[in-house]
Design a protein around this ligand. Structure first.
Ligand code: 2OP
Length: 319
């Protein structure tokens, strides 16, 4: 299985490469980045731990190699800066994403795109609509939202995070939807007290801003690198268990044509299905608010990049 990582010289790309080297998959890992010395530095380092995993090789590559990759991961981004929202990177990162995908993304591309460049929801949606990538073959990375929720719930309740199962769906941003009704602790359904819930909610609501405010120049490299490797593993092996992922919806959860985080079944050819869980009215409204926000972002992208606005991404009732 050939994995091409754009932004392979950066924090998330190199963390992903490290986790893939350590995985049980016999992978060919190719790092692409506009900073060749950075890639060479990571490759020289990673080669030395090939003996601890099953990857056949890790090497520097060129953008053209994406054309026959099984999975192309986009982590490339403009340098990080202080901001209040991932959406502040929309127009700057749009140029980068378009430059990367334009040469190979299209109906003839047979691989899967894993989008990690922010704002993920807008770019997943654009890749499907503008480049004609099937909705099954373009997936966005959103696991961190659920990981943070699990950590916030564990801290609020006072249990080990390993015992918590909890999910966030919806926008990878301000309209994220934590699913309080599906929390399980040690396999049993758990209802949080108001105080516990407020604490968990504050944790997930503020995580991004608190992290950005550190002005460290780095992002969530460890969680994202490990999480994306787990996602690629789930694709390679196929799984009956859903994985949090951004998928362009076809009516599920009342949304059509917009990419949002949902429980997705993953396989070698990408999304095998979307699991629909019942939502409360509040959760449904928040989910739809996320769809509206992504729609607006994609329209802005179209105006900025193509000189026209997109009007086709209407929300529709679920089918
Ligand atoms: C994350 O939430 C920064 O979107 C990235 O970890």
């Amino acid at each position: 299985m050939k994995i091409v990582i754009f932004g392979g010289g950066g924090g998330i790309g190199s963390s992903l490469a490290f986790n893939l080297v350590r995985s049980e998959l016999p992978l060919e890992i190719v790092l692409v980045d506009s900073r060749p010395h950075m890639v060479t530095s990571h490759v020289m380092d990673l080669e030395d731990v090939l003996c601890y995993g099953r990857a056949s090789e890790v090497r520097a590559g060129t953008a053209e190699e994406a054309a026959d990759a099984d999975v192309v991961v986009l982590t490339a981004s403009v340098p990080l800066r202080l901001n209040d929202s991932r959406s502040s990177f929309l127009l700057d990162n749009a140029e980068i994403v378009d430059t990367i995908v334009a040469p190979w993304a299209g109906p003839e591309f047979r691989g899967v795109v894993l989008m990690m460049t922010n704002p993920v929801d807008a770019f997943v949606t654009r890749l499907h609509h503008h480049y004609g990538l099937p909705d099954t073959r373009v997936i966005g990375y959103t696991l961190n939202d659920s990981l943070r929720f699990r950590f916030g719930v564990a801290a609020a309740v006072g249990v080990s995070v390993r015992s918590v199962d909890a999910w966030v769906i919806g926008e990878h941003g301000e309209h994220q939807v934590p699913l309080y009704g599906r929390i399980k602790i040690s396999g049993n359904p758990a209802t949080l007290t108001e105080v516990q819930r407020a604490s968990a909610q504050q944790y997930v609501d503020t995580w991004y801003r608190r992290h950005v405010a550190l002005d460290s120049g780095r992002t969530s490299t460890w969680s994202s690198g490990l999480g994306a490797a787990l996602m690629i593993e789930a694709m390679a092996k196929g799984s009956d268990e859903p994985f949090p992922a951004n998928v362009v919806l076809g009516g599920q959860y009342g949304v059509r044509g917009v990419g949002l985080g949902v429980p997705a079944l993953l396989g070698a050819t990408g999304v095998q299905g979307v699991v629909e869980w019942p939502l409360t009215d509040d959760e449904q409204q928040r989910f739809l608010a996320g769809a509206t926000s992504v729609e607006a972002a994609v329209a802005e992208l179209s105006t900025h990049l193509d000189g026209s606005s997109v009007t086709t991404l209407a929300q529709q009732p679920g089918v």
